[in-house]
Write a protein that binds this ligand. Structure first.
Ligand SMILES: Cc1cc2nc3c(=O)[nH]c(=O)nc-3n(C[C@H](O)[C@H](O)[C@H](O)COP(=O)(O)OP(=O)(O)OC[C@H]3O[C@@H](n4cnc5c(N)ncnc54)[C@H](O)[C@@H]3O)c2cc1C
Length: 378
């Protein structure tokens, strides 16, 4: 077995004040906020992939805080207060992203967001209007901006959709480049003195005389004063007692479509389908609700069934009668539970976690990082 040198032991693999497991958005934002609060903290992030390998670089890049049907469904399931709390965290998170990075650095575009309501959803117009009024009234108070949602049916023909009865616009929604966001955030935390080591998997850990010893897949252990677990969908491996279920999300991207008419981020069916323009291509994801059981997996693969569902939605609703090819397909894994609230807490002495970001972790991660940093440093 390869041994490590004294130099390596005293530098790369030395004891750190904080070790963060997982270099996705939550691990990175947590490091960022810990360093801002305590610049002198020695922080090491360990990541088992060559790059973050879960959701953060494999998502759809929506900078959003929820669509009308999704927020109404959340209100019914979790109550109004929790729905609003999550919306506020997402909104504040998006504001932090915009403050921290130049738009160009992360390809941020504020094209607006839209929810499609199809005839097959049989939505009562009065119910729809009263839901929009309810959410506008509640949300404008917490985001301190004008009403976010309005019916905007005139854009159906502008975008060229088929089978769509109503469109609800949210002008505060935007889109970004997920790979560039992760890279920009990594550059920022590295410039603050945070170290990242890749291809190290944490197998388990134990508290030995007040220090956390981390057992890895490499021929060495790591040691930390505090441990922060940011492994989202993969949390069961390290913290089996937490209720975090993997939920695979599959995506496809078309070839460039000359004269593409839809620009923005689009939601359908309580957010189970989502698409956006990526320049003059369409990025489309979702349909997990068509095969919940099969998609309850950490396998980063795509399936014929879901991809066919997505392609038929693309053909029938988004760009009917248009020719294109599918140029990219991939999947990412979300961390879900019976509650939409992320788990941000102290597990035991010097051990913390920030996991279960659901389907809007891009927006949530900055605030979650801030909250866990506050908890770890009080
Ligand atoms: C297809 C898809 C589309 C999405 N679209 C959007 C969107 O448009 N907008 C939005 O806001 N959100 C979206 N999301 C959700 C968002 O991407 C996630 O909520 C967010 O990225 C979660 O970040 P994270 O850091 O918690 O998890 P992850 O990015 O999954 O990071 C966890 C990291 O932990 C590492 N890890 C796990 N176990 C170990 C271990 N034992 N040792 C070392 N490392 C380990 C993994 O390799 C991984 O890199 C989407 C997700 C998916 C899958």
């Amino acid at each position: 077995m390869q041994q490590i040198s004294i130099w390596e032991k005293e530098s790369y693999f030395k004891h750190h004040d904080v070790v963060i497991v997982g270099s996705g958005l939550v691990g990175l934002w947590s490091a960022y906020h810990l360093k801002r609060k305590h610049p002198g903290l020695g922080i090491l992030i360990v990541e088992r992939g060559v790059i973050p390998t879960g959701a953060s670089t494999r998502n759809a890049g929506f900078a959003c805080f929820g669509s009308v049907t999704e927020l109404m469904a959340d209100t019914q399931k979790f109550g109004e207060q929790k729905m609003l709390e999550i919306v506020k965290m997402r909104f504040d998170g998006l504001e932090q992203i915009k403050k921290t990075f130049k738009k160009k650095e992360i390809d941020f575009e504020k094209f607006g967001g839209y929810e499609l309501i199809s005839a097959s959803q049989k939505m009562d117009m009065n119910v729809l209007r009263s839901n929009i009024d309810f959410l506008n009234h509640k949300i404008k108070k917490i985001i301190k901006k004008r009403k976010p949602f309005r019916l905007h049916d005139s854009s159906i023909s502008k975008f060229g959709f088929s089978g769509v009865e109503h469109i609800i616009e949210n002008k505060f929604e935007g889109q970004l480049h997920s790979g560039k966001l992760c890279q920009a955030l990594l550059r920022t935390v590295q410039s603050m003195g945070v170290t990242l080591l890749n291809t190290i998997e944490i197998k388990n850990f134990e508290n030995v005389n007040g220090k956390i010893e981390l057992h890895t897949n490499q021929p060495f252990n790591l040691s930390a004063g505090q441990l922060l677990i940011c492994t989202n969908a993969f949390t069961k491996q390290l913290l089996p007692e937490l209720h975090v279920e993997p939920a695979r999300g599959q995506v496809l991207v078309t070839s460039p479509i000359p004269g593409l008419r839809c620009k923005g981020t689009f939601h359908y069916d309580e957010g189970f389908y989502y698409f956006r323009n990526l320049g003059d291509r369409i990025l489309l994801g979702g349909a997990r609700n068509k095969a919940f059981e099969e998609e309850n997996t950490t396998e980063l693969t795509t399936t014929e069934f879901i991809q066919q569902e997505l392609e038929s939605f693309l053909r029938q609703v988004i760009i009917p009668g248009t020719s294109y090819t599918i140029d990219h397909r991939w999947s990412g894994i979300m961390g879900m539970g019976d509650d939409k609230m992320p788990i941000v807490k102290k597990i035991s002495e010097n051990i913390y976690c920030a996991v279960r970001m659901g389907g809007m972790g891009v927006a949530l991660a900055p605030v979650i990082g801030e909250n866990i940093a506050a908890l770890m440093t009080t």
